[in-house]
Ligand binder design. Sequence first.
Ligand code: MV4
Length: 507
Amino acid sequence: MFKRVLIANRGEIAVRVIRACREMGISPIAVYSDADRASLHVRLADQAIHIGPSPSTESYLVIDRIIAAAKKSGAEAIHPGYGFLSENAEFAEAVERARIVLIGPPASAMRLMGSKTSARKTAQAAGAPVVPGTVEALESAEDARRVANDVGYPIMLKAAAGGGGKGMRLVQSSDEIASAFSLTQSEAASSFKDPTVYIEKYIESPRHIEIQLIGDRHGNIVYLGERECSLQRRHQKVLEECPSPVVDSELRRRMGEAAVSIARSAGYENAGTIEFLVDSERKFYFLEMNTRLQVEHPVTELVTGRDLVQQQIRVAAGEKLSFSQDDVVMRGAAIECRIYAEDPDNNFMPSPGRITRLVTPSGPGVRYDSGSYQGWDVPIYYDSLLAKLCVWAETREAAINRLARVLNEYTVEGIRTTVPFFRAVVQSKEFRRGEFDTGFIDRFLAAAPLQESKSRQDEATLADIAAIAAILHSKTTTKRVDVTSQSQTESRWKLHGRLAQRRSHKL
Ligand code: MV4
């Protein structure tokens, strides 16, 4: 096993990997930029190496600086986390040239799955269901028109080098195809330096469900169930669950086996995820593969009882997977909320600054993965994910009730966060019923202002009554209490969530 592992990342995921290293007796080495001098991952590591100025293009994204830091520290392996260099095949090759082990897949598999057209080819060759469309680059607008007519409108034009919602365009009819094709192509050329565009049939109101897998260097690949990731806002996931409320054991087995055969065709090793779109008839289609550990991996860990990061490190060190497919058992339900330093009352604008007070939730079935602490300044330079709040319980309903409890124990002051938004989501009937698709969050946000104005009235009335009571009380005692300050600083979402909860308790 490795003695030292360098973590080429920051924030909550760097902390997550440090914890896995500690539990395995491995010495964790952190890297940090100017803005991260006082960050939690730096404090928790055995060594921390400065890699440059605050912008990630001058620090966390500079391959040579990461490799120099690994050499300087004597680390035998690098864990890239997610984002930054985690899916960069050139980085994987540079790490290999430096005779350091990358805790991740081979560069060849990253490259194969990084191009969406070659990923589709690989999935098709593996016999997995793929969204109908092309696997070759479209030659011209005429070519696009012909294929789109065959596939049938609506269709999506997508950039082969895109992914995660970037470089794609919905086309409703043949009137739009020529101009849509040239726009998508030129955007792809300028954004990704690769003009390759392909066509997929548009899947209406899909769910986004992904399969977690892990493989070793000895040809073993197992799947660890699915994650329901349909709750997204602008292609950014906000809440994930394991298992999916619509996946039964039969569908899980079919999706899992499809995922494993895709990974096998790609020569995949280490942890990876196959994304599927699932339509209203529960037909599933391969969409993309993520060749890294994902943000939402904890819900899988909670339900399968397996530590994915420790497994990643073990298989990267050449060990055989310590369990087989038959050993994977799923128990209960887990939900993750992504706590962002963003203002849900102001179009989720980033809200950097000092965390002046932080009370973190705890108690039965709670897992809190965070890269922040009270007194820390949330920097402006990076993704605004502060923490991941996860719950586990025996059933989905119990997990949602637990989540509602836990969200009310959580206090963050000094900055705005998405906590109040989640207090509202857990009260939603559609969410509780598990009846949602990838359009749910947008519809929920569009509907919220109506409910919110009503709840603000309710709250105003309650605040007035409380104020009158307090005045009456202060006539008999000398102590004065300012009852207005709290409700003034609480955001609309907080009020909405609290009131919705009050209403549901009355029912
Ligand atoms: C689609 C689709 C419908 N049909 N492809 C968005 C992110 C990227 N990974 C792929 N995306 C989509 N691709 C076809 N052929 C709908 C989406 C989509 C979506 C997918 C997953 C989660 C949220 C989404 C929100 C809007 C659109």
